[in-house]
Write a protein that binds this ligand. Structure first.
Ligand SMILES: NC(=O)c1ccc[n+]([C@@H]2O[C@H](COP(=O)([O-])OP(=O)(O)OC[C@H]3O[C@@H](n4cnc5c(N)ncnc54)[C@H](OP(=O)(O)O)[C@@H]3O)[C@@H](O)[C@H]2O)c1
Length: 322
């Protein structure tokens, strides 16, 4: 929810003070600390990973803000993972470099504490190495930090690491240490190279940025990924932490048509805009706020905008100068 009510602020403060620490155990499964996931009565939207058919709920979480050091700052993140398993979300996107290695450690700790390892789909990334040895050390670093033997997906974080990393990722896939392998980029300047990789490298998955404010991927990358049977993870769905969707809309009310698809917040409306593209497998809004996680999971249920409504959403943001 975008606007904090006094009661939920008190709950969040309680979490941040660590009063509900201890692996969220004091909370008890099923207790709606942050309210029910919106649209809960409506069907959870899942998408198959092309190639295996494994289905994923379309809303996950991004963790580039998860470099928490203290129990006080880990507590809301633990609550997010607990809420995910309650609300049907599974995909946790992370990377070796988030929080300088700390994000993976925090995720590993939380999954152990909640005994939730089997409930989630962990997708991490390794940065560009100079040598094969450095690449392997990075990969092993991911596993150690996460406290796992294998991950669901392992990706090259920046495309200039592809030549060294892709052969190693293939070996890791062969050895069962990563079920899906691929690449990620947030730069449209990389798209010609990304297109080449999609065609030539037998990838399972890509991660790109795509939002109502940044639609570049929709023209060629999303259709190409769909044609080649790749899963697509959408990062930065609100166009990032600064100057994105929320600073543009401010406290403007939602358009009336949002209710036609059950969207009760700008977050849900703009996430549903993305999810409506059939090439999208999962969207990973970044958050360290359990209330926002609940809000975002509301986008993963019920109706999606049709082409006409998507155009109207684009017009709103174009009109705001997006
Ligand atoms: N592959 C790559 O190179 C790459 C690059 C960038 C990002 N990523 C991945 O993509 C994820 C998402 O990108 P991002 O975090 O940069 O940008 P984003 O998801 O577009 O936006 C995140 C911002 O939105 C806010 N937010 C989230 N849910 C909200 C809600 N329901 N209502 C109001 N505000 C909300 C967050 O604040 P709160 O924390 O307060 O909720 C945060 O400030 C990252 O976490 C990371 O996993 C990958």
């Amino acid at each position: 929810m975008n606007h904090a009510d006094p009661q939920s602020t008190t709950r969040r403060d309680a979490i941040k003070l660590g009063l509900l620490a201890g692996a969220g155990l004091a909370v008890g499964r099923g207790a709606p600390l942050f309210g029910e996931v919106p649209n809960r009565a409506q069907e959870l939207i899942t998408r198959p990973i092309p190639g295996t058919g494994e289905r994923l709920p379309v809303v996950g979480v991004g963790t580039n803000q998860w470099g928490a050091q203290s129990e006080e700052s880990i507590a809301p993140l633990r609550e997010i993972v607990r809420l995910m398993s309650e609300g049907g979300a599974r995909f946790i996107d992370t990377a070796r470099i988030y929080g300088r290695g700390r994000a993976e450690e925090v995720i590993g700790q939380i999954l152990r504490e909640l005994d939730a390892r089997d409930d989630v789909f962990i997708a991490t990334k390794v940065p560009s190495p100079d040598t094969r040895e450095e690449a392997v050390a990075s990969l092993e670093g991911c596993m150690t930090a996460l406290g796992v033997e294998r991950v669901s997906a392992m990706r090259v974080h920046f495309l200039d690491g592809v030549e060294i990393l892709m052969p190693i990722l293939r070996e890791w896939k062969e050895a069962g240490r990563a079920r899906y392998i691929g690449v990620t980029t947030m730069s449209a300047e990389d798209y010609p190279e990304l297109e080449r990789l999609i065609r030539d490298e037998n990838l399972d998955t890509i991660e790109i940025d795509y939002s109502v404010l940044d639609r570049a991927a929709a023209a060629r990358i999303l259709p190409l990924a769909a044609d080649h049977g790749l899963s697509v993870v959408v990062a930065r769905p609100f166009a990032g932490r600064r100057g994105g969707v929320f600073s543009l809309v401010g406290d403007r009310p939602l358009p009336d048509f949002a209710s036609e698809i059950g969207a009760t917040s700008w977050a849900q409306l703009t996430l549903k805009y993305i999810i409506a593209n059939p090439a999208v497998t999962v969207v990973i809004p970044g958050t360290d706020d359990p209330e926002h996680m609940v809000d975002n999971m509301g986008a993963g249920r019920g109706e999606l905008p049709d082409a006409d409504m998507r155009r109207r959403i684009e017009q709103i943001f174009d009109g705001l100068g997006g």
